[in-house]
Write a protein that binds this ligand. Structure first.
Ligand SMILES: Nc1ncnc2c1ncn2[C@@H]1O[C@H](COP(=O)(O)OP(=O)(O)OP(=O)(O)O)[C@@H](O)[C@H]1O
Ligand SMILES: [Mg+2]
Length: 396
């Protein structure tokens, strides 16, 4: 087995050789595209889940499906780095229009739409540097009301796509990074546009609190989107994710070996890819045996501790790291913030709430509900307990 043939893809946003357990999502998305392409109305999609469950690669796959159906897409865009979401949408919109103009002959219509994009972008604080060779249209998408302007921008994109018999797909990754006003405007705008039965859709992805954040931003956001949790793979799916990439290259797993990896990886796609890669590199020959698994086990654990967990833990300040240690020390998730504060050694919760907020901001933890916290990284508690145990704490 040559290292250079290694088919596994541990990492962030790396397309796996076999996308396990997502058939249903791909089918649902294809019918969403179909409905919107034929003048129907359907709500856009929001995916949420822990780190490494495969949100980004799913979005990449949907991107391909949409392209195959003749739609223009924004590609998967990580949002939240721009100070104003309008800058991001202006860029995405001009990207969609550029793609449409490459695929379809409709220069005048596209110029007209670009003028609207320009009008929209002029208002984004900080001014977007979009090199658009058109004059801004006045009176469309430039009222200064973010919700209304975004609706008008989406309508313009939708009508342009419609006239080409195409569609437009916005793919927003790490969407939990957006602040409440941005999330509210996006919810409202896509809701309004879905009523107009234009071929425009959004697929958003983010950490588990994305749904809660959308709901906090717009109380009835629960009805504006279709929400889909992404979680661990079921055992059969995890098994295929592990076994199939090797099998296509003529390398087999002994059933007991595959079973052990599935157990160790706890169904998390990223962990499966890590094990797959190391097993491929370590095994002398096919089939891969339980002894091979035993051999790479510590190496994979070390690698995860170093690259997956360690780098994230290092993002936290000393006080925040103690907060993470305090969470892990409590044992069972989700963790009551009051108890975390006590374990941390705080006199009251107010003392630790800035640390909690900052950790949420950094995407290391999230709040399943008021007064509770949990880790965003799978099996993080185990890592923290082993490598950064809470000092001076006796579980009681
Ligand atoms: N359905 C799947 N089948 C097999 N492997 C997968 C699947 N989904 C994701 N992976 C693998 O898991 C890893 C993580 O995928 P991805 O980066 O999409 O996760 P994510 O949810 O976006 O994580 P993050 O929250 O850190 O951005 C990658 O190595 C990818 O190849
Ligand atoms: Mg991702």
């Amino acid at each position: 087995m040559q290292r250079r043939d290694n088919p596994y893809t541990p990492g962030a946003g790396r397309r796996p050789p076999y996308l396990a357990g997502r058939d249903r999502d791909l089918e649902d998305f294809s019918s969403l595209i179909e409905v919107l392409s034929t003048g129907g109305a359907e709500r856009s999609l929001i995916y949420y889940g822990l780190r490494g469950v495969g949100k980004t690669v799913l979005l990449m796959e949907l991107d391909l499906l949409a392209s195959e159906a003749g739609w223009a897409t924004t590609d998967v865009q990580e949002v939240g780095s721009q100070p104003d979401f309008r800058a991001t949408f202006a860029q995405m919109a001009s990207r969609l229009l550029r793609e449409m103009s490459r695929r379809y002959r409709m220069r005048d219509r596209i110029e007209q739409a670009l003028a609207v994009v320009k009008a929209f972008s002029v208002l984004a604080p900080g001014g977007v540097q979009l090199k658009l060779d058109v004059d801004a249209a006045t009176g469309t998408a430039d009222s200064g009301d973010p919700e209304q302007d975004l609706v008008e921008l989406l309508r313009e994109i939708g009508e342009t796509a419609n006239s080409a018999g195409s569609g437009a797909l916005f793919l927003l990754d790490e969407m939990h990074n957006l602040d409440a006003p941005s999330l509210a405007a996006i919810s409202m705008a896509f809701q309004a546009i879905s009523r107009e039965a234009l071929p425009v859709a959004l697929v958003g992805a983010g950490l588990p609190d994305l749904q809660v954040r959308l709901m906090a931003a717009k109380p009835y956001a629960d009805r504006l989107f279709q929400y889909r949790p992404l979680g661990r793979l079921r055992d059969v799916e995890a098994r295929v994710a592990l076994v199939k990439p090797a099998a296509t290259l003529g390398v087999e797993f002994e059933p007991a070996a595959a079973e052990e990896v599935v157990r160790l990886a706890a169904g998390y796609p990223y962990f499966l890819q890590e094990y797959g890669r190391e097993l491929w590199n370590a095994a002398e020959a096919s089939p891969i045996t339980p002894a091979d698994v035993e051999e790479v086990r510590d190496l994979v654990k070390e690698q995860l501790a170093h690259s997956f967990y360690g780098t994230r833990f290092a993002l936290a300040t000393d006080a925040e790291q103690r907060y993470l240690s305090a969470m892990a020390a409590l044992g069972r998730a989700p963790y009551a913030t009051g108890e975390v504060a006590r374990a941390w050694g705080a006199a009251n919760q107010r003392q630790t709430s800035p640390h909690r907020d900052s950790l949420i901001q950094k995407g290391l933890i999230w709040a399943p509900r008021r007064g509770q916290v949990d880790f965003t990284v799978p099996l993080f508690a185990e890592y923290v307990r082993e490598h950064h145990p809470l000092e001076g704490y006796e579980p009681g």
